[in-house]
Design a protein around this ligand. Structure first.
Ligand code: TRP
Ligand code: ZN
Length: 481
């Protein structure tokens, strides 16, 4: 896959001007007060070591963006990031790939900053003491880049026929806003986007306001989106273009906001009509829905190579099928509300969302989960024998590298782990476990060890050691049960 769209001119230009000037004017780097050390340049992820940063914990992102197509600077942004220092902090990094930074302030005062690769290093005027809540404001602009993942898929900023699309898994959000771009640091968001009046801007959470100003061709509309519940950076989205918008509410009063590219409207109508029913079935099986709105974004086939569980508003490239809608909505519980601590724990997302598809089929006159499990085990699930073999390439909890975190051992074999647990504890206890798991870690982060400990606690006297050893962590195909 080509990396030609990657766009990082700023990486080559050491952006020392702001810092050199500030050094002269303000003596950056903190005189007096507490001694601090720089936060680390990564969040110690085993698969994406540069993703995220250390030394602080973001509580809120306020992104104010303006999108002006067909200009040399299509995106202009101001990001105000509220965070709490987790150490005495003399400097810290944000992740930002490409884009041009104009200025950085900390607590309203101009700060020194430099850029190296995806790290935007900020040196506040004075050391931030541990526990202090502080605001960083970054003014930036440019053409956001498309990022090619180690597995060849494309994310970040994806231009579309009638606008653009921002998708973040695993490290794409740094293409369109400066962030602590790692799933371990969740925050609330205000995403405010101004676009030409002829376009619409759809994002996560609830639409607080939609305001049109200006006259003639200069008319613009500002869409203000609010996400109150914690969200990982990779789940933030922005879809700009022409959409048919449908606003409804579910039976229990949850707002539903669905945006569909008009070209996909006819093909999507029937499946999207099932969204309330799927939500109800998932609430019955997984427990209360964790967020304050739901919906979907359907763009054109080919606008992205995959669907994504963007929080409250999953994204689909073209009309989804029912299984994919079930899958992305299941992620709202497993992935979005309970989020992996690192990218190694991906199976906790994909194994659950895949198992949700099996359960839906079982409950709706399709194959039972046992039949799906058996077909995978026996190699009759796929037409291509190499696909059947691929499930056993590595254990779900230990993908071989970043290039493999979305391979079938994470999805299908991850779901097989859940099925093994269900067979060990029985249906009633199994649903207690998956609901309890979502409730216990609601809005938080968890890893595989947290999960196995939770299962053991919920089913005292049952022996899971073989499942963990052979199905979750073990190499190769486990022996027939
Ligand atoms: N999470 C998406 C899904 O299952 C798939 C996906 C999209 C993905 N981009 C990714 C998985 C990047 C891993 C990495 O619906
Ligand atoms: Zn998924």
């Amino acid at each position: 896959m080509s990396r030609s769209v990657r766009l990082v001119p700023t990486r080559l230009v050491p952006a020392v001007t702001a810092c050199a000037l500030a050094l002269v004017l303000t003596a950056c780097g903190g005189t007096g007060g507490v001694q601090g050390t720089p936060g680390s340049a990564g969040a110690a992820d085993p698969y994406f070591p540069e993703a995220g940063n250390g030394g602080y914990d973001v509580t809120h992102y306020a992104l104010t963006l303006a999108y002006t197509p067909d200009t040399s600077t299509p995106l202009t942004g101001t990001a105000t990031i509220t965070a709490r220092a987790t150490q005495n902090l003399s400097a810290y990094d944000l992740d930002l790939k490409g884009m041009k930074v104009k200025s950085v302030t900390v607590q309203g005062k101009s700060a020194c900053w430099t850029r190296t690769g995806q790290e935007l290093t900020v040196r506040p005027p004075a050391t931030l003491p541990k526990g202090r809540t502080f605001r960083t404001t970054v003014h930036y602009s440019g053409t956001p880049g498309t990022i090619t993942d180690p597995d060849g898929s494309e994310e970040g900023w994806l231009p579309t026929a009638d606008g653009a699309l921002a998708l973040g898994e695993p490290t794409g959000s740094m293409a369109w806003f400066p962030a602590n771009d790692h799933p371990s640091d969740k925050a609330s968001y205000d995403i405010t986007v101004t676009v030409p009046k002829s376009l619409q801007a759809v994002s996560n959470g609830e639409l607080r306001s939609e305001t049109t100003t200006g006259t003639g061709a200069a008319r613009t509309t500002t869409y203000a989106w609010h996400t109150a519940q914690p969200m990982a950076t990779y789940l933030a989205t922005l879809a700009i273009g022409h959409y048919d918008i449908t606003r409804t509410t579910t039976k229990n009063g949850l707002p539903v906001y669905v945006a569909v590219d008009p070209q996909e409207a006819a093909a999507s109508r029937k499946v999207l009509a099932k969204l309330p029913e799927i939500m109800e079935w998932e609430e019955y099986n997984f427990g209360p829905y964790p967020f304050s709105s739901t919906g979907a974004i359907v763009d054109r086939r080919g606008d992205a190579g995959y669907a994504l569980e963007t929080q409250t508003r999953p994204f689909f490239p073209g009309a989804p099928d029912t299984a994919t809608l079930v899958h992305e909505l299941a992620h709202q519980w497993y992935g979005d509300s309970v989020t992996p601590k690192t990218w190694r724990d991906m199976w906790l997302n994909e194994g659950f969302a895949t198992y949700a598809e099996w359960l839906w089929s079982e409950d709706h006159d399709g194959d039972t989960a046992q039949q799906t499990f058996d077909a995978l085990y026996d190699g009759t699930y796929y037409d291509d024998p190499s696909d059947s073999e691929a499930i056993w390439a590595f254990p779900p909890a230990r993908p071989t590298s970043a290039a493999h975190i979305s391979d079938s051992p994470v999805y299908e074999r991850g779901a097989m782990v859940l099925h093994k647990i269900r067979r060990t504890v029985g249906d009633a206890r199994f649903y207690d476990i998956i609901q309890g798991w979502a409730a216990t870690h609601r809005y938080g982060n968890a890893n595989t060890a947290d999960f196995t400990a939770y299962v053991e606690k919920m089913a005292p006297g049952k022996d899971f050691s073989g499942i963990w050893k052979n199905w979750l962590y073990g190499d190769g195909k486990p022996a027939r049960p």
